[in-house]
Design a binder for this molecule. Structure first.
Ligand code: ATP
Ligand code: MG
Ligand code: MG
Ligand code: MG
Length: 564
């Protein structure tokens, strides 16, 4: 590609609303342009990177035996009513009506659609296992779209769904995907960690996230010093310490009669019933109890709850921010003693002993909790459930807390959707089998931003070769004085293209400073500078984007190819 014909729009200005470096650099390098909150155009340069990530994902999915299809982004409400998620999804799902007043949503995910497809098309166990995937635009009406394409509302996801006749086979499909993900994240050039994850509102059992490590990450990860344990803190096993440890044995996991309460709570908080909301208990200033719910992506009406007259809480709003900072996630009050709102904790006992508390999930309640014995004083306690230096839950080493950007997520769903949507296939002996499902997502567009978070310097982006919009830029200098450099650059460029190298020729005739500044900002990994002086000595100048200094190499295609 010739820069004279390829519009790049780099700018020096740093956009005011861009809080993190990848967002700033993506705008400054002209990779994306904002259309509205969480809505971005991928400009030609950015699109090249996006397509390269897509290709890597596609190649590895195909290699793992998954089969590509493409589902509609608009989905009829009936499917979501069948699965039971129409009423559970909350405001993140964009709901729309067609001209006949029928309900639809813009797909935030595709479990329902794929289950309906398999239900219609797959009859026999012989057709399984199958793993379908697509690379497609999703819409989620994020409460706080931010960081550019990192948390957008419209974004590109690779989503895959496997169907197996047995749980053992599901484990195998999951393992295949896990391996494919390791290859994908490695090829993209990311420094990443697979961690145990909370399965969120998608439901199901085993689940891992692939996190791209970066300080700007919204997730907090607990990783053992020995590397044998890694979990999103949302899913980390907590090791009670101090007074809590002594009492742990008396805390009993119960399935409370509060299941109805759970449903009310999930409705009230607009969080799915299955979402695991971690609950911590704190004592309000008036002696009543309040719960603090903690979850990555849900703010639980803190203002409403905090304004409740009963919550003359020790935490002012400012403190909430502290807590948020400590957790790296949203925090809110659930309610005080006898709150008129449905509360997760059953604080029927206004006293400080023998109350029930827990998450809005069956079997995640603790009975017989005693404030003094089991709950640390909020003023002195470190509110994090798992802290730096804690013993690792697997007994090896201690915990380090790292920040990560969730780039991918794999789940064993089991029969959640196949059961709800009556998907069955015929088994070997004519019996009816309800398939075991898995689902596997990758944030293709988020990945581009996440890699920039890890790979940049003061001058701009440093793309890993595999996903750079162009691999090498050829820059002739002094072209106003002599035509030789220009002609040599043209020839080298043509040769590189003929050799299958993604080359960019800066034929804009600018001065070296602005040309180099653009090449650095857009992050092209390899740069060849061609000038009369070098040519007189039979040399090109070569510089890797990461190198401090340029070096002279022979002025031949072979010498250039050796560097790439
Ligand atoms: P998050 O915790 O960041 O909200 P999620 O757990 O809701 O993500 P999944 O449902 O697991 O996301 O979707 C699969 C992948 O899609 C995620 O791992 C992430 O990389 C990507 N993704 C999710 N939400 C967004 C978004 N708003 N913008 C860009 N990518 C996203
Ligand atoms: Mg989310
Ligand atoms: Mg998540
Ligand atoms: Mg996820």
């Amino acid at each position: 590609m010739r820069l004279s014909r390829f519009p790049i729009a780099t700018t020096k200005e740093t956009p005011a609303d861009a809080e993190i470096v990848s967002h700033r650099l993506m705008l400054r390098a002209g990779l994306i342009r904002k259309l509205g909150a969480g809505l971005y155009t991928w400009m030609p340069l950015g699109l090249r990177t996006l397509r390269k990530i897509e290709s890597i994902v596609r190649e590895e999915m195909n290699r793992a035996g998954a089969v590509e299809l493409l589902m509609p982004s608009i989905q009829p409400a009936e499917l979501w009513q069948e699965s039971g998620r129409w009423d559970v999804m909350g405001d993140e799902m964009l709901r729309i009506k067609d001209r006949h007043k029928n309900d639809f949503c813009y797909g935030p995910t595709h479990e329902e659609v794929i289950t309906a497809i398999v239900r219609a098309d797959v009859r026999s166990y012989r057709q399984l296992p199958i793993n379908y995937y697509q690379i497609q635009t999703k819409f989620r009406d994020e409460r706080r779209p931010r960081f550019g394409v990192m948390r957008a509302r419209e974004f590109l996801m690779k989503d895959a769904y496997s169907f197996s006749t047995t749980a053992e086979d599901l484990s195998q499909q999951y393992e295949l995907m896990r391996e494919a993900y390791i290859r994908i994240f490695t090829r993209v050039g990311a420094d990443f960690r697979p961690v145990q994850a909370d399965s969120g509102n998608i439901g199901g059992a085993k689940s891992e996230e692939f996190h791209i490590l970066a300080l700007a990450g919204e997730d907090l990860l607990a990783v053992s010093t020995e590397g044998s344990y890694a979990a999103n803190v949302e899913a980390a096993e907590t090791k009670p310490t101090g007074t809590r440890a002594a009492a742990a044995a008396t805390l009993e996991k119960v399935s409370t009669p509060g299941q109805k309460t759970c449903e009310q709570v999930s409705k009230f908080m607009k969080v799915p019933l299955t979402a695991k909301v971690k609950l911590m208990v704190a004592k309000a200033a008036d002696g009543g109890l309040i719960g603090i719910a903690v979850r990555g992506d849900h703010e639980i009406n803190p203002i409403k709850a905090a304004k409740h007259p009963k919550v003359a809480s020790p935490f002012e709003m400012a403190r909430i921010e502290d807590v948020q900072k400590a957790f790296g996630c949203e925090v809110g009050y659930l309610g005080p003693v006898n709150a008129p709102i449905p509360v997760i904790a059953d604080f029927a006992a206004a006293e400080v002993a023998d109350f029930v508390c827990g998450a809005n999930e069956v079997d995640h309640h603790l009975k017989g909790v005693n404030w003094g014995r089991d709950c640390a004083e909020p003023e002195t306690a470190d509110l994090r459930m798992i802290v730096e230096g804690d013993p690792s839950p697997d007994g090896v080493g201690t915990i380090r807390l790292l920040r990560g950007i969730e780039g991918g997520h794999i789940f064993q769903l089991g029969q959640k959707y196949s059961k709800a949507m009556s998907l069955t296939v015929q088994g070997e002996n004519g019996e009816s089998i309800t398939p075991e499902m898995g689902c596997y997502g990758i944030g293709v567009s988020r990945m581009a931003a996440a890699v920039i978070e890890q790979s940049h310097d003061a001058n701009g982006i440093i793309w890993p070769d595999a996903i750079a919009p162009f691999r090498v830029i050829v820059t002739p200098i002094g072209t106003d004085k002599s035509p030789t450099a220009k002609q040599t650059a043209e020839t080298l460029y043509e040769q590189l293209i003929a050799a299958g190298v993604d080359a960019l020729l800066d034929d804009r005739g600018l001065r070296p400073g602005p040309m180099f500044a653009d090449a650095d900002l857009i992050g092209i990994p390899h740069r060849i500078v061609i000038g009369d002086k070098g040519l007189a000595a039979g040399q090109f100048e070569y510089k890797h984007r990461r190198a401090d200094k340029a070096e002279m190499i022979p002025a031949t295609l072979e010498a250039v190819l050796e560097k790439l």
